[in-house]
Design a protein around this ligand. Structure first.
Ligand code: PHE
Length: 450
C-alpha cells in the first residue's frame, strides 16, 4: 500500500517532520568524509579529471536510478530493511537486507576511525597546538598522530559515542535536527576554502588535474571500478541507509526530485571539495596520489600559510567532523532501526551497536600505528576494508537492489512508488532492469579478468 501523508507516523513513531527534513537528512548522510577525504584521494590516485568524468556519468546512469530504487523500497518498509525485500514469493531476498545491514556496520567501524582523525584535528586547531607548527612540519605531525594508538583509538571511541548519542535522540529529534543545523554551514565553509585555494599561485595545475582529462587514464579498468565504488560510497547507496531514510518519509510522490537533489548536492560538494584540495596539492608540490591521508596532510599546509588560517582550519575540521557525524548516524541507524523494530529500545540499540562497531574498528585504528606492517594485498587494514566495502560490497548490494526492484516488484507498483510521470518512470525502470545491472556487472568483473 502506498502512503500519501508526508508526515505519517508509523508504529514506532519514527518519521521526519516533513519533506525538507527528509532532504536534509538524506544529504546529511550522503555528504561526509566520502566527499572530501575519500573523493580527493581516489580521484588523486586515478588520474583526476578522467576519473571525475567517469564518476559523473556513473552517478547519473547508475547512482541516481539505484538511489530512486532504494527510495521505492523504503516506501514499502517502515524502517525495516528486511521488510523492504518481502514482495510475495521473494522470501530469499531478505538476505540482501541482512547483508546490507552488516555492510553498514562494517563501514561504520572504520568510518568512525577517520572521523576520529577529523575530530582530533579540530581539537588540535581549536586548542592552538597545530596552529603553532610551521608548514613543513605538518606531514610528519600527521604520521606522529596516526601512529599513536591511544590517540587514534581514543578519538574513534569519542566519535562513535557521539553518533550513538544522536541516534538515541531519535529520527526527527536527533538525526534530522543535526543535519538541518550542520549541512548549510558546511556548504559555506567548503566554498570559502575552494575560493581561497583557487587563488593561490600555482593553483592552476590542480584545476588542470581536476578538470582537463588525460584520456589515457580511461584505459585502466580499475578506474571504472574505483568510480563506481566512490559513487556508491558517496551517495550512500547499496547499504540500506536510503531505504530506511525513505521509509521515515511518507510517500508524497516526489521521491524522484529528492533523489535528484541528493545526487546533485552530493556531486557538487565533491567537486567543490576537489577544488579546495587539488590546487593546494599542486601549489605546494605534493603528490595527488598520496593516498588516504591526502586531505589531512594537504589542507593543514595551506591553513599554516593563509591569513586567518587558524580560524578557517578550526571551522573546517569542526565541519568535517560534523559532516562525518551526520553520515555515521545514518550508518548506525540501519542496524538500530532493525533492532528497534524488534522491541529493543532505541537508546540501548544505539549504544550496543556502537560499542560493537567500536571494537570491530579498533584494528583499523591500529593499522596506521602498531599494526602498520600488517597489510592485506599491499594495503593497510583500514584501506583494505574500505576498498572491499566500497568497491565490492556496496555495488553487490546495489546490484541486488536493482534486480529486485526491476524484476521482482510489479512494474506498475515500482513506477507509481517512484513518483515519476509514466514515460519517465518507464525509462527509469528500463535503466534499473538492464543498464544499471549490466554496467555494474561489467565494472565489477573487468578488473578481475584483465
Ligand atoms: N556517503 C557518506 C560519505 O560520503 C558515507 C556513507 C556511505 C553514508 C554509505 C551512508 C552509507 O561520507
Amino acid at each position: 500500500m502506498v502512503r500519501t501523508d508526508a508526515t505519517v507516523i508509523d508504529s514506532a513513531g519514527d518519521a521526519w517532520t516533513g519533506r525538507a527534513g527528509f532532504i536534509a537528512a538524506a544529504i546529511g548522510s550522503a555528504v561526509g568524509l566520502g566527499n572530501i577525504w575519500r573523493f580527493a584521494y581516489v580521484a588523486g590516485e586515478n588520474g583526476g579529471a578522467a576519473f571525475l568524468l567517469v564518476y559523473a556519468v556513473i552517478v547519473v546512469l547508475i547512482g541516481l536510478p539505484v538511489l530512486l530504487s532504494e527510495f521505492v523500497l523504503g516506501t514499502r518498509s517502515r524502517g525495516d530493511i528486511l521488510a523492504a525485500f518481502s514482495a510475495p514469493g521473494a522470501g530469499r531476498w531478505r538476505w540482501v537486507g541482512v547483508v546490507a545491514t552488516l555492510v553498514a556496520f562494517l563501514i561504520l567501524s572504520y568510518y568512525s576511525v577517520i572521523a576520529g582523525w577529523a575530530c582530533r584535528y579540530f581539537w588540535a586547531y581549536a586548542s592552538g597546538t597545530l596552529a603553532a607548527l610551521p608548514q613543513e612540519a605538518l606531514p610528519a605531525e600527521f604520521e606522529r598522530f596516526a601512529s599513536d594508538p591511544r590517540q587514534t583509538v581514543g578519538w574513534h571511541a569519542l566519535f562513535i559515542a557521539l553518533a550513538a548519542f544522536v541516534v538515541s535522540a531519535g529520527v526527527a529529534g536527533g538525526i534530522e535536527r543535526a543535519s538541518r543545523l550542520l549541512m548549510p554551514l558546511l556548504g559555506v565553509i567548503i566554498i570559502v576554502l575552494a575560493a581561497y585555494a583557487v587563488s593561490l599561485p600555482g593553483a592552476g595545475g590542480g584545476l588542470v588535474f581536476l578538470f582537463s582529462p588525460d584520456w589515457s587514464a580511461l584505459r585502466h579498468p580499475q578506474l571504472y571500478l574505483a568510480a563506481l565504488g566512490q559513487a556508491f560510497f558517496s551517495l550512500g547507496v547499496g547499504i540500506g541507509v536510503m531505504v530506511v531514510y525513505a521509509s521515515y518519509a511518507g510517500n508524497d510522490g516526489r521521491h524522484a526530485s529528492v533523489a535528484a537533489a541528493v545526487a546533485a548536492g552530493d556531486t557538487l560538494f565533491a567537486v567543490v571539495a576537489g577544488m579546495a584540495v587539488f590546487p593546494i596539492v599542486f601549489a605546494f608540490g605534493l603528490d595527488p596520489a598520496y593516498g588516504p591521508a591526502l586531505a589531512f596532510v594537504t589542507l593543514p599546509q595551506v591553513f599554516a600559510v593563509m591569513p586567518g588560517g587558524w580560524w578557517v582550519a578550526t571551522a573546517f575540521f569542526f565541519l568535517l567532523s560534523a559532516a562525518a557525524l551526520t553520515s555515521a548516524v545514518s550508518l548506525l541507524e540501519v542496524p538500530v532501526a532493525l533492532l528497534a523494530r524488534r522491541g529493543v529500545s532505541r537508546p540501548w540499540a544505539a549504544l550496543g551497536v556502537a560499542a560493537l562497531a567500536f571494537v570491530v574498528g579498533v584494528p583499523s585504528a591500529l593499522g596506521t600505528g602498531p599494526w602498520r606492517e600488517l597489510t592485506i594485498a599491499g594495503l593497510q587494514i583500514l584501506d583494505a576494508i574500505d576498498f572491499v566495502s566500497a568497491n565490492l560490497l556496496l555495488p553487490v548490494v546495489g546490484l541486488a537492489v536493482v534486480i529486485y526492484v526491476g524484476w521482482r516488484l510489479p512494474a506498475q507498483q515500482a513506477i507509481s512508488a517512484s513518483g515519476l510521470p509514466h514515460a519517465l518512470g518507464c525509462a527509469w525502470l528500463l535503466v534499473v532492469r538492464y543498464v544499471a545491472p549490466l554496467a555494474m556487472a561489467v565494472f565489477l568483473l573487468t578488473p578481475a579478468l584483465v
